[in-house]
Write a protein that binds this ligand. Structure first.
Ligand code: UTP
Length: 289
């Protein structure tokens, strides 16, 4: 029986250059899809998988991310005074048990691997999930939960994977694939951002991971990878063959909210799932397409 999964690291220290100027003073992960910020979707997805402890790896200008999960005493008191019960209920969805959210600072965004290494004291000797909040998931079952169910069987490391067009492999971490039953694949190797002609497959890692703490030691070699950044994929690649390593094609849809078109598509998809909005959105969409 593998060690239970209780911790999640959420790296949110990136510069968000693709969303400038919106992200000049506001973290990309605070951008809302319909009415909820990306960070909250990620935390809710992790909690649905039984995760209890969260570490946000933040950077300059990211304090709103931590405050989002704090108690807003004055706001709550004012809403109560005015009997705004619906608004109070919405506010309650951001409430977290005391001590369950911590944050560490990545002073310089040296890469995703480096961001995870910044959470090393939080990780300790435990397995942990990583969620990249700009990968937003619409699914009946939380993707972290889907990964955790595989992890309970296989132990080791389990990452979410998805097919990408071959011409886009240089944007992703790509798998070298072993045994593949159509859902769970054995990972034989990992390459960050390979050129299409050099990519070992078109199966890419998506922003959900369950990893063993040993990955931290591998990151600590601080080798610069693709784009001169300290890459998580390179550190994970060194665990392949030493620990079980699997990819899971999760059920549901993923939206790349780090990208403008992906973010807009997510707005539409999530709005169409909302009983209070679906009809209105369907009606106005007709005016544009
Ligand atoms: P991205 O590649 O999307 O980079 O990072 P970014 O800076 O957020 O956005 P763009 O490309 O400039 O528009 C993937 C994830 O890794 C985190 C980001 O916050 C995001 O969740 N990250 C990346 C860090 O926390 N630190 C880093 O040094 C790099």
């Amino acid at each position: 029986m593998p060690k239970p999964l209780k911790k999640a690291v959420l790296p949110v220290a990136g510069l968000g250059t693709r969303f400038l100027p919106a992200t000049k003073a506001l973290a990309k992960e605070m951008l809302p899809v319909v009415d909820k910020p990306l960070i909250q979707y990620a935390v809710e997805e992790a909690r649905a998988a039984g995760i209890e402890q969260f570490c946000l790896v933040t950077g300059r200008g990211k304090t709103a991310l931590v405050e989002h999960f704090d108690v807003a005493y004055e706001l709550e008191a004012t809403l109560r005074e005015r009997a705004k019960t619906d608004a109070l209920a919405l506010l309650a969805t951001t409430s977290m048990p005391p001590g369950s959210v911590m944050s560490v600072r990545q002073q310089v965004p040296l890469g995703l691997g480096h961001a995870i290494w910044c959470a090393r004291a939080f990780v300790g000797d435990d397995p942990f999930a990583i969620l990249l909040p700009d990968d937003l998931v619409l699914a009946d079952v939380s993707w972290v939960r889907q990964l955790a169910e595989v992890y309970e069987q296989t132990g080791g490391n389990v990452v979410a994977v998805e097919e990408v067009p071959r011409e886009q492999t240089s944007r992703y971490g790509i798998l070298k694939v072993g045994h593949d039953d159509g859902r769970v694949v054995e990972v034989m190797g990992l390459v960050e951002k390979p050129k299409p002609e050099e990519a070992p497959s078109t199966l890419s890692i998506i922003g959900r991971y369950i990893l063993q703490p040993e990955v931290i030691g591998e990151i600590a070699r601080f080798e610069r990878g693709a784009g001169g950044e300290i890459q998580l994929t390179d550190a994970m690649a060194r665990l392949v063959g030493r620990q079980p390593f699997h990819g899971l094609r999760c059920e549901g849809r993923r939206f790349d909210c780090g990208d403008k078109a992906g973010f807009l598509e997510a707005q539409i998809a999530f709005a169409l799932k909302r009983p209070d909005l679906a009809d209105k959105v369907r009606a106005f969409l007709g005016r544009y397409v």
